[in-house]
Design a protein around this ligand. Structure first.
Ligand code: F6R
Length: 255
């Protein structure tokens, strides 16, 4: 696992955007695996700005998103589809037919099958990840096992609580989601996971403190992947630096 220490959220977002743009520069038809939430918001801002300044071209780029709440239509302001259109897709020259999103109102099983048949034929060039406070990636929540394929999942209580900040009331947060499984994520050629702030420090500390892989701590599966870059801000780093034998999983520091 490569580690990039950024001073703050802005710098981390800038560096994440640079990594994504590097992949697009190498392959105009790159398939990007995208996440939603506060973590990638800054990255999408830099991608929008760089597009506006002519530094990156999305005309051939393809995307696939990690997950979607069950029951929310794509035009619901808290759906992940809406988030992606607002933060990125409507601001750059990506073609609508190159965007793969889960339909929150579709049949979950059919949506999962559609995703998996796409993933069988296509390899994600770069998968962008945030991390849940409980270690979830996508909506692969802590369980006694990993689920390889795209699937319907019940959101963990902590996830519902954390995501209630985006809703008027916690009762409005959907309890279920369709998520890409771990197979879709770990088969990406490159994975970039970003984590910022003190709330994510315990999860990153746990991730880095040994080389064990536990389904009860889903992000630990990333230890089995060849090309993973972890980006954190200094606030988080200061909270973990004394307790992590960083050499266990971090093979190299710096950009
Ligand atoms: C979102 C996703 C989730 C988030 C995670 C962190 O598509 O798959 O795993 O990345 O819940 O969310 P934020 O970035 O809002 O802290």
């Amino acid at each position: 696992m490569r580690y990039i220490l950024a001073e703050d959220y802005e710098e981390g977002s800038r560096k994440t955007a640079d990594l994504i743009e590097g992949v697009i520069r190498e392959n105009q038809k790159a398939l990007l695996g995208l996440a939603t939430g506060d973590t990638p918001r800054g990255t999408y801002k830099y991608l929008r700005e760089d597009f506006f300044e002519g530094k990156v071209d999305f005309s051939e780029v393809r995307t696939i998103n990690l997950d979607e709440y069950v029951g929310l239509p794509g035009n619901h302001c808290q759906s992940f589809a809406y988030f992606m259109h607002r933060e990125l897709f409507s601001k750059v020259n990506i073609r609508p037919e190159n965007i793969m999103l889960i339909d929150g109102e579709g049949d979950p099983e059919a949506e999962a099958e559609r995703y998996d048949s796409f993933l069988k034929e296509n390899t994600i060039d770069l998968q962008l990840l945030g991390i849940g406070e409980n270690g979830h990636i996508g909506f692969n929540e802590p369980e006694a096992y990993f689920t390889a394929n795209t699937h319907l999942t019940e959101l963990a209580e902590g996830t519902i609580r954390a995501n209630s900040r985006f809703f008027k009331d916690i009762s409005e947060v959907p309890k279920r989601a369709v998520t890409m499984g771990v197979s879709g994520i770990i088969n990406a050629k490159k994975i970039v996971m970003a984590a910022y702030g003190h709330k994510k420090a315990p999860a990153i500390k746990r991730l880095l403190c040994d080389d064990k892989i536990y389904p009860e701590f889903p992000c630990s599966i990333l230890k089995a992947c060849r090309d993973v870059t972890l980006i954190t801000d200094r606030e988080l780093y200061e909270l973990i630096k004394d307790s992590c034998p960083a050499d266990v999983c971090l093979v190299k520091s710096g950009p």
